[in-house]
Design a protein around this ligand. Sequence first.
Ligand code: SF4
Ligand code: MSK
Length: 636
Amino acid sequence: MKETKQFTTVEQMETDMKKLKEIADSLNVDTFEGRAASQQPQCKFGSDGVCCTICGMGPCRITPKAPYGICGADEHAIAGRNFLRMAAAGSAAHSDHAREILHVLHETSPEGPYQIKDEAKLIRLAAEWGVKTEGRDIYEVAHEVAEIGLLEFGKPFGTLRNLNRATKERQEVWEKQGIAPRAIDREISTALHMSTIGNTTDPLELVRQAMRVGMADGWGGSMLGTDFTDIIFGTPQARGTSGNLGVLEEDQVNIIVHGHNPCFSEMIVLAADSKEMQDYAKSKGAQGINISGICCTANEVTMRHGVKIVGGFLQQEHAILTGAVEMMCVDVQCVFPSIARIKDCFHTKFVTSSPICRIPGSVYVELSGEDTETAYKKAIELVKDAIDNYQNRDQSKVWIPENKQDAVVGYSTEQIISSLDGVTNSFVASDPTGTYKPALDAIRAGVIRGAVAMVGCNNPKARMDHNHTEIMKGLLANDILIVGSGCASQAAIKSGFMDFDAKEICGEGMKRVCNLVGIPPILHMGACVDISRMMLLVTDMASEWGVNTTDLPVVGCAAEWMSEKAVAIANYVISTGLDVFLGINPPIMGSSKMLEITTEGMRDISGAGFTYNTDPHELVRLMVETIEAKRKALGI
Ligand code: SF4
Ligand code: MSK
């Protein structure tokens, strides 16, 4: 008889983290736990969103005794403007990342180092955008498509071309409600302009622009980023990997990639895979080169190469504290500047690569989208440097936790259709016009009750991965399918919930579906930008079913979010018609109107809204309630 699967509990992960924190303490270096403690109590004005620093007359803080800022703005205006600025910053981060990818696409060539891996996807996109492909060189097509894509950032007229991909109903809602995004940069600029001193103070209109700038991310920057990353590096397919701090290897050269934009990490993976570097590592006494990743760069390279996941956002410092890391290579976003201090206690080299993410104490090796020719050469030099650094590792300082779990990752929409087609239809990879029918049938029959997109970060305001994993267990037990991205996905990987064997924690219906389709109960859909894949998934499901996206028994959940990007994401998910459940309160609680607008008023705009609750079990109850209510409304 098959043994019962051993999952890794949050308590086990905490034990590992505690031991590594003790190592930090012994070295007299700070980590997030100590810094979070030293920030307590955190400023209530800030956490309620009623502190304004927008102009030089401030800061202004709203209290019962001082109900207005110097300019006369009230708490609703201040919290609304802060909320909008978070959404704008998040949209800027995802979209600028996408712009970089488009520049890389523009530089692709048959000689490399960046090439076209998914020609079929490029041709489909070219056809969608009216770009001639017949008889043309594929790179010529790629460069023209890249130019058109780049125009989406600053075109003076019209709305984003990807909005056409949505259902007719959504397109009409967006148009009617004034949230159909124009050029991406314009929405970010408008958001900043609207929220300067002396402009909009109506919180409803500030939220409306937050939705529009969020849409510029989800259906603009993020969607472009995802499509073109697939075209350059390949559309993800299901593959095996493993995750948690235990993936670091004692007898290999450990290189960690971290951040979001895979252009740098892809080159590192390629370089480390080369025979030249593998042989060089052996010549230096190592058994090989072990690449692992943190945050969304890890999600990108695991989906395309099976690269191991060393951990999520809150484990980046602890990975270095194992003493076993020769080099950490970062690109953009979610990088703790404290890495520069921690690495000084070890032999670890800390390499930054983007002009967007400059950190004192790091080695800077620039890799820009407009100058890609030398990228591979630079990656080879870095990998060689990491190998040379192996001999500097102080074995007496090495402690690698044992916990790690196997996982299956890489569920792009194309892969999901392919898996489903394994049940009923035949699938042609070059033309994924497949069907979600088996999934829809399972939902209609009630075998699966619905689906939840679990996304987002870790946040010291909650126990690391506790909200994620408790919610995952609760949803799966209720026969609710989960699709994941970002650090939420990594929580699932580290716990063992993304393994085929994980179905034993599911209800009977989910178990049957996992067995029949041959999938794990939580599908890894990628990085934060890949939440755009989820938008297309729900759009296609709604179209195939003949209902609106708001009718689907599907919701989103960011149980431990922390980034401004999550605010942008939540706004586009809600604009797409899906309710969003947050496990960390956003900084708006000091405004009764913002609370009302985001939980109720948004429903009048898009048919969906926020629910806030910091108790993961309550969140499960609320999501199940919403899903069941949607089922009832559908008559299923
Ligand atoms: Fe104060 Fe108004 Fe300036 Fe904000 S914009 S800092 S509320 S004066
Ligand atoms: S990496 S944005 S901590 S999910 Fe995308 Fe994780 Fe959140 Fe960064």
